[in-house]
Design a protein around this ligand. Structure first.
Ligand code: MCA
Ligand code: AMP
Length: 495
């Protein structure tokens, strides 16, 4: 029976190591077997999950990948959710997408089971499944929907980006070709697995190629350094904040340690940065320290990766390069003209087989986000000496912090639930480590007060850590325009 190409290719690498940790090795054959067993368990009495939404709350590693493949092989749509999100955030994603099953590991089961009970979601604890496959898995067309990823934008609540197996395959094939992935590659995985940087660029490209992934629960410079100096990796992918943290940690290391670590970095065949702007200064510092020229690329949840500096050729600090294979990119000016020349800024629009289908259950938002078949990214760029350079975003309400895309409106809506806050405006202010720091400007109710530590403590149960304001300014009134609307450029000027 034909299998999805990503799964079918694993047979070619059956004996190779797919995942390794300090204490375990798992081969591609084990990934095939385990995902078949978990897929069988998911199916139960059914023959096919028929695009039922299955949420995934599993720590990064072999079991995560097996559970992901199980959902796909059983015909479900995978909804990965953030391990460190708060209960209101989980509830929103589960209800908005209409999840009927949630796959969880023993570590997370206690945290999520009350919510599953409340919502009537079937809980599948993968650690309790030890049986072999009992069922024939259905045939899955690549045109079926495969994944929903929640992404923040210019609405107060995140929207679910729906991609098909064909979209995902196109995103993978483009990167495998451009960055010359091979079965000899070894890559660390410390990014969260509810976003495409981790899911597609790292895990799926590696598994497509027969490469080896070393998963970590989270990024930790000392742990990574120990493996880098042991020449554990050929490829490395991270967000700019991580490169800033690596530079700080390298500079703090003893000269002997630094020399050994730098040797490990310098031997890698490829180091990539993306998810947010990589300051040219960080790019240059990294080259000065390690001799490696980082490859910066540009992408988005809705489209996968679109633009990349070349694997062979000039990797220009501050620029993101050229359209990737299979991806069409154009710039459209504010006045609606397609820009053909250089040095003229316009909105990046993208077309191609990797571009998503639609936002889950949001036909109006889906229609608005396309312009004659081209996806409107909301990012501005300019072409200079052949390469695209990202200039910023059209909307001030989108913040990128630590590589996470955040909606100022979503954070504002939550802050307005605070008993002392009467009005607020959230903006992202430039920050050397995080790219942008979430900053709240608030007007308080009469006779109340608020400090940043108190606001952060209050925010902990409502917002993921990276959404909680890092800075707070209390003002008497927010700047408004003649129509009475809060003006964010004027809010910025308060700093
Ligand atoms: C955490 N902290 C922050 C932030 N996040 N402070 C300011 N801004 C933030 N954004 C604080 C915490 O409150 C905590 O403070 C301290 O930093 C350590 O928190 P922790 O979570 O442990 O931080 P970390 O482990 O050092 O995390 C940094 C990180 C992580 C590794 C950069 O944020 C991360 O993995 N980011 C990657 C996200 C990602 O994969 N994005 C890709 C999206 P205290 O010590 O006071 O408690 S996909 C995408 O963008 C597109 C498609 C693309 O192009 O790739
Ligand atoms: P996400 O919705 O999490 O997929 O984030 C996508 C957004 O990240 C894009 O719309 C850009 O604003 C930003 N982004 C990704 N890569 C880069 C980059 N190399 N430079 C600047 N911004 C980037």
């Amino acid at each position: 029976m034909p299998e999805l190409p990503l799964i079918a290719r694993a047979h070619m690498h059956a004996r190779s190591v797919a995942f390794r940790t300090a204490t375990t090795l798992h081969t591609y054959q084990q990934l095939l077997d385990r995902s078949a067993a978990l897929g069988s368990a998911l199916l139960g009495e059914e023959e096919d999950l028929n695009e039922a939404r299955v949420a995934l709350l599993v720590s990064p590693g072999f079991e995560y990948a097996a559970a992901q493949w199980a959902i796909w092989r059983a015909g479900g749509i995978k909804l990965p959710i953030c391990l460190s999100a708060t209960e209101p955030e989980w509830e929103y994603a589960l209800t908005d997408s209409g999840v009927s099953i949630l796959m969880v590991d023993a570590a997370m089961v206690g945290k999520i089971s009350p919510l599953c009970q409340k919502l009537g979601v079937r809980l599948v604890n993968i650690d309790s499944i030890t049986t072999a496959p009992t069922k024939l898995l259905p045939e899955i067309s690549t045109e079926r929907r495969a994944m929903i990823l929640y992404t923040s934008g210019t609405t107060s609540k995140p929207k679910g980006v729906v991609t098909t197996h064909a979209n995902i395959q196109a995103q993978i094939e483009s990167l495998v070709q451009a960055w010359e992935w091979s079965a000899a590659d070894r890559i660390p995985m410390f990014l969260p697995l509810h976003h495409i940087h981790g899911i597609i660029n790292i895990v799926s490209c590696a598994l497509w190629s027969g490469a080896t992934i070393e998963p970590f629960a989270k990024f930790d410079a000392a742990t990574i350094f120990a493996r880098v100096r042991a020449d554990a990796y050929t490829v490395f992918m991270a967000v700019p904040t991580i490169y800033v943290k690596l530079i700080q940690a390298l500079e703090a290391a003893s000269p002997a340690d630094r020399a050994a670590i730098v040797t490990g970095f310098s031997k890698m065949r490829l180091m990539v940065s993306g998810s947010a702007a990589l300051p040219a200064s960080v790019h240059e510092q990294w080259t000065a320290l390690t001799g490696q020229k980082l490859l910066e690329r540009y992408g988005m949840t809705e489209i996968g990766m679109a633009i990349s500096n070349p694997y062979h050729g000039e990797r220009r600090p501050g620029a993101v390069g050229l359209a990737l294979p299979g991806v069409e990119v154009r710039l459209k000016s504010e006045t609606g003209v397609i820009i053909t020349g250089e040095d003229e800024p316009g909105e990046i629009q993208v077309r191609g087989p990797g571009v998503f289908r639609a936002y889950w259950n949001r036909p109006a938002a889906s229609a608005e986000s396309f312009d004659d078949g081209w996806f409107r990214t909301g990012d501005m760029a300019v072409r200079e000496r052949g390469y695209y350079r990202i200039m910023g975003r059209l909307s001030v309400d989108i913040i990128k912090s630590g590589g996470y895309k955040l909606s100022a409106l979503e954070i504002e809506a939550t802050l307005l639930e605070h008993p002392n806050i009467c009005e607020c405006a959230v903006i992202g202010l430039p920050d050397d480590t995080w790219g942008e720091a979430v900053t709240a400007v608030v007007v308080l109710k009469d006779n109340t007060s608020l400090t940043l530590p108190a606001l952060r403590e209050w925010g902990k149960s409502r917002l993921s850590v990276y959404k909680i304001p890092q800075r707070l300014l209390v003002v008497k009134e927010l700047p408004r325009n003649a129509m009475g609307k809060v003006t964010k450029p004027a809010v910025r000027k308060l700093f």
